[in-house]
Design a protein around this ligand. Structure first.
Ligand code: EPZ
Length: 461
């Protein structure tokens, strides 16, 4: 048995928390290789899934990002013993002493994470009660949890609104349910998966999300002993079981981070190899990347991204649920589209307010216009509701340096890419938010030859 380093007893070994300000000298191509780890949007859910087991779990390929540290802290609050396995990117999660935590503690730890809502099902099964603080998350829309609450009620949970959050109980235990989601919500699908596997009887979910991160979570639950079938046309069927055991699982790679670095290569006329990237997880991105003028070489251990054509071409993009073009991919790519010849269109159909980051690009010289109308053919929930959810990017425009503030995670990465592709010096503020989802991103920028420095020495968490 390998020696494990207790994490609960000491701060989870963390990478430096990046200083809040970066000074960037743009105009240099990013060239070289970086390696990515497990997907932020799977790893945090896999950590929560460990609560369902009666024995410890081991999660491999875990990135050191603040979203993981937040969930590790929340699990520690609930009595889960967390330690590193034989490698720093292994987590050993021991749920055998699970206990209730206090709302104030949970609130203090949860910060702006949305993951606490996914603790409900496992805690209701284990303790018969769950306390959930009001949630945070990137400001890219209202981020409601109505689907989650409806799902939990259909399993038999009682939901009580408290001043600082929600208290849930399951006096009669949790039973299987027939559920149809009004929209293929990733979070609500995860809510069903994490609650149904130990619920009494059959659960049938219609209108499920089927992103690769969802399928990886299904694989984890199946390893634990769950009986889950992902059927055609977004139907997932679960037969509740009596007990789940711990899992050993290597998380799929972060396709959102891979797409971010690919867009950085295009925006800076660089050549970046992303170790760990998998073609099958980002097919829709690769098609658009090629149409814009990018080239990619699929290798055994990653994908090389570079500019293939002498100039970039405008495109029309509509974000959608998987297997469509992911909403998390559009922000970094829009920076490259400011250099494309012609008018590009991005119709954002997943979140109603995900173009705030374009304000900084316009400040740097981009020609971007936002519209309330649905500029595309995908069915969209925002068309008649006064949201600026379509963007037209006219190019090519050269970007110049500016003093800009990061609004959210993906928008933040876009701000850094914009500063790297602009001529001159930029000051990018509030960059710490980027380490929520991008492990050691300043070290990666260093490795790729970026010319920047942090305002203050990097500090440890
Ligand atoms: C997950 O968010 C990801 N986050 C997001 O990534 C990703 O963009 C999103 O899925 C879509 O792929 C994590 O996994 C932590 P949703 P989630 O529920 O689960 C509406 C990133 O940058 N909705 O699929 O919150 C919602 O408002 C982040 O890595 C309700 O109306 O997304 C949105 O319009 C950003 N009621 C749509 O569904 C609900 O109860 C999609 O949301 C839940 C969702």
């Amino acid at each position: 048995m390998t020696e494990t380093i207790p994490v609960g007893a000491q701060p989870f070994q963390s990478a430096p928390v990046h200083a809040s300000v970066m000074h960037i000298n743009g105009g240099k191509p990013l060239n070289g290789r970086i390696d990515i780890k497990g997907a932020k949007n799977l790893v945090t859910k896999a950590m929560v899934a460990s609560l369902l087991g009666t024995t410890p779990s081991v999660l491999r390929n875990v990135p050191d990002i603040s979203d993981v540290r937040v969930v590790a802290g929340l699990l520690d609050l609930h009595g889960v013993k967390i330690s590193h396995g034989e490698h720093l990117d292994d987590l050993v999660l021991d749920p055998r002493a699970v206990e209730q935590a206090h709302m104030a503690e949970i609130n203090a730890y949860a910060g702006d994470s949305r993951i606490p809502i996914l603790f409900c099902g496992p805690l209701l099964h284990r303790l018969g009660e769950a306390l959930i603080p009001d949630l945070g998350g990137c400001k890219i829309g209202s981020r409601p949890i109505d689907y989650h609450l409806a799902v939990l009620r259909s399993f038999g949970a009682k939901v009580e609104k408290l001043p600082e959050g929600i208290r849930m109980t399951a006096p009669d235990g949790l039973h299987g349910a027939k559920i149809e989601l009004p929209y293929p919500s990733v979070g609500a699908t995860e809510q069903v998966l994490l609650t149904s596997t130990l619920a009494e009887g059959i659960t049938v979910l219609k209108g499920a999300a089927v992103e690769p991160e969802i399928i990886d979570l299904v694989a984890i639950l199946q390893k634990m002993g769950a009986v889950i079938t992902v059927q055609a046309d977004r139907v997932i069927r679960v037969e509740g079981v009596q007990e789940l055991k711990g899992y050993v699982h290597r998380a799929i790679c972060d396709r959102n981070e891979a797409a971010s670095w690919a867009s950085a290569a295009l925006a800076t006329e660089g050549d970046i190899t992303v170790g760990g990237a998998k073609q099958e997880d980002m097919m829709a991105f690769l098609n658009v990347f090629r149409k814009v003028g990018g080239g990619f070489e699929v290798m055994e251990d990653g994908i090389r991204f570079y500019q293939a054509d002498s100039e970039l071409h405008s495109v029309a993009i509509e974000t959608d649920v998987h297997p469509g073009f992911m909403t998390d991919w559009q922000q970094p790519l829009v920076v490259a589209l400011t250099k494309a010849h012609g008018m590009s269109v991005v119709h954002e159909t997943v979140y109603e307010n995900r173009f705030k980051f374009t304000e900084a690009l316009v400040q740097m010289g981009a020609n971007i216009q936002l519209y309330r109308e649905c500029l595309g053919s995908v069915h969209c929930r925002f068309g008649e509701r006064n949201f600026f959810h379509s963007a037209v990017i006219a190019g090519p425009t050269g970007l110049h340096g500016a003093d800009i503030v990061v609004p959210d995670l993906r928008g933040g990465f876009s701000h850094v890419v914009a500063a790297l592709s602009a001529q001159g010096h930029s000051t990018v503020r509030n960059v710490g938010i980027i380490s929520r989802g991008y492990e050691r991103f300043t070290e990666k920028l260093d490795a790729l030859g970026a010319d920047f420095d942090d305002d203050a020495a990097e500090v440890r968490a």
